[in-house]
Design a protein. Structure first.
Length: 544
């Protein structure tokens, strides 16, 4: 049954705290004790442990006799220790003994609702009474053992500790960057830190507001109405934003008010904490201005896109229509009418037809380039090695007379739109095929690598190359580093590559030298490849 009593006490400490606190409030003891609920909870926990230990020993059954030294009694030891603590705090003997009666009553009330048998209840009650009796005797004996001089010395030391604690908390209070006010139940400011003094009174120090009745100013006018209204409200806490005008300056503040209640629930005053958000408001204004500017820019961009769409429509219909007519007449002149035209004229008409064809191709590439920024990305894991091998096969089929070696690294994969990534490799490998046309031992290589923590893909060739200083011009639309008489093209391919890679969140750059080939690098998300892997030759041409 002792185990059941132990469980009853340890599982009901919250109930005990509320019970004892209720008695203390009822009989006026809370005016002389701590106002913190946690302090009462700690006192119950500190008392329950020795009670349980004593109840399980036979000491609680020994009668109280006149010849026992209760100061050394192990059961009364708790009371002896508590006597020293409470005496140094300035608690009187009658106050302690009176309050201990209510602790005893709280534990007895708990015992009565424990559901024990009558015999067990009587036994436990006797043990509890004996325990509290021995504590009170031990407490009183220890109290009377100390003379008045030692009591005064203890009180002086306690006062010094209290002063040091007060100074520590005042230092913390003063160091707070946020203005803080303590307003008492009469509506007077009893404490404010340096930040509050500067904000409301324009002073660098606030010491005058800590000491003396004459130094209890009224709340600042900019908050007086809110503090007065909160004092009579039912809310425990409230918060709001307000512009504070004080000491010749304005500040936009977020204000938090919290009621100060003692352990009996009585209103003791209000804590007011201010957070100056003036700078944040200025930043919000700047952000709002930036958002407005961005909205204007977005509107301008949308208009530009609409104009571009209109231009694309014009290019697609108004320009292509006459080109189609010219091409059709050229075909008629070179077909049914060719017998009536001499050879020189047929050559001229042939050149006109080729020019029209190239113009149509150029228009198609411009339209494709303009659509790159609009098409929806379909992100999935793409096998770039497989795409590169497919493109290599197509290039061979289009020009089977050329001997070109392709070196393609296996297992290169990345996340992106497979169709757009194919367009990237088609442009890069197509350029490599074009610019190696004059090489007897042409090599085109696709692979992947890593440098400085960044993974990348590349297409490398041993073709015509370019001046290193001109690398940045490669990706400018319609910018050509080689003349049309050397290599065919419109200067859109690499610009398209850059736009596609940027839409994937990557970047692209180039390295090269005249007659030493070129390497185009690009990055895409979640790029993976076999460590230590290298591009493998297809054996179609001698190694360069």
């Amino acid at each position: 049954m002792m185990e059941a009593l132990r469980n009853l006490i340890t599982t009901n400490e919250q109930w005990l705290m509320q019970r004892v606190l209720g008695y203390a409030k009822l009989h006026g003891y809370t005016a002389y004790t701590s106002t913190l609920v946690e302090a009462w909870r700690a006192s119950i926990a500190g008392l329950s442990a020795p009670i349980i230990e004593a109840l399980e020993s036979e000491e609680c059954l020994r009668p109280i006799t006149a010849d026992v030294d209760y100061v050394s009694d192990p059961v009364a030891l708790f009371g002896v220790k508590e006597a020293g603590k409470h005496r140094k705090r300035g608690v009187s003997l009658p106050l302690f003994l009176g309050l201990m009666k209510h602790y005893r009553k709280g534990y007895i009330d708990l015992l009565m609702k424990g559901g024990f048998s009558l015999a067990d209840t009587q036994d436990f009650r006797e043990r509890l009474d004996n325990f509290f009796d021995r504590i009170e005797v031990g407490f009183s004996a220890e109290w009377m053992r100390v003379d008045q001089v030692e009591q005064i010395r203890d009180l002086q030391q306690a006062n010094l500790r209290i002063t040091n604690e007060k100074n520590k908390f005042l230092t913390i209070f003063e160091s707070l960057p946020n203005p803080v006010l303590f307003v008492d139940g009469e509506g007077k400011v009893v404490n404010l830190n340096r930040a509050a003094a500067r904000l409301f009174y324009g002073q660098d120090a606030s010491e005058l507001h800590y000491y003396g009745e004459e130094a209890r100013p009224s709340p600042p006018p900019s908050l007086a109405a809110e503090i007065a209204a909160f004092a009579v409200a039912a809310d425990i806490t409230t918060g709001f934003e307000k512009e504070i005008t004080a000491a010749g300056r304005k500040a936009q503040c977020i204000i938090l008010m919290q009621r100060m209640l003692d352990v009996s629930g009585k209103y003791q005053g209000t804590v007011v904490i201010l957070n100056d958000v003036s700078h944040l408001k200025e930043l919000e204004g700047e952000i709002e201005a930036l958002n407005t500017h961005l909205a204007d820019r977005a509107f301008q961009l949308e208009q530009a896109n609409q104009e571009l769409e209109a231009f694309n429509y014009t290019v697609s219909h108004d320009l292509r229509s006459p080109l189609t007519g010219i091409s059709g007449y050229c075909q008629l002149l070179l077909g049914p009418c060719s017998s009536r035209i001499d050879t020189e004229c047929r050559d001229y008409i042939g050149e006109i037809f080729k020019t029209c064809t190239r113009m149509n191709q150029f228009i198609s590439q411009m339209l494709d380039f303009s659509r790159l920024g609009k098409c929806e990305l379909k992100r999935e894991l793409a096998d770039l090695s497989l795409i590169a091998r497919s493109i290599a096969g197509s290039l061979r089929m289009n020009d089977m007379e050329r001997e070109v070696e392709f070196r393609i690294q296996e297992d290169v994969r990345g996340e992106g739109d497979p169709g757009l990534l194919r367009a990237v490799l088609e442009n890069l490998m197509g350029n490599a095929w074009k610019f190696t046309a004059g090489k007897d031992r042409a090599v085109i290589e696709f692979g992947a690598g890593e440098a400085e923590g960044r993974r990348f893909c590349y297409v490398r060739d041993n073709g015509a190359g370019f001046e290193p200083e001109a690398a940045s011009l490669l990706f400018v639309p319609f910018q050509r580093l080689h003349g049309a008489h050397e290599f065919r093209g419109f200067g859109i391919g690499l610009a398209s590559v850059e736009r596609i890679i940027q839409r994937h969140g990557g970047e692209v750059w180039a390295e090269g030298a005249i007659d030493q080939g070129a390497t185009i690098f690009f990055t895409i998300p979640n790029l993976s490849f076999s460590e230590g892997g290298a591009p493998a030759s297809d054996g179609r041409a001698p190694l360069a």
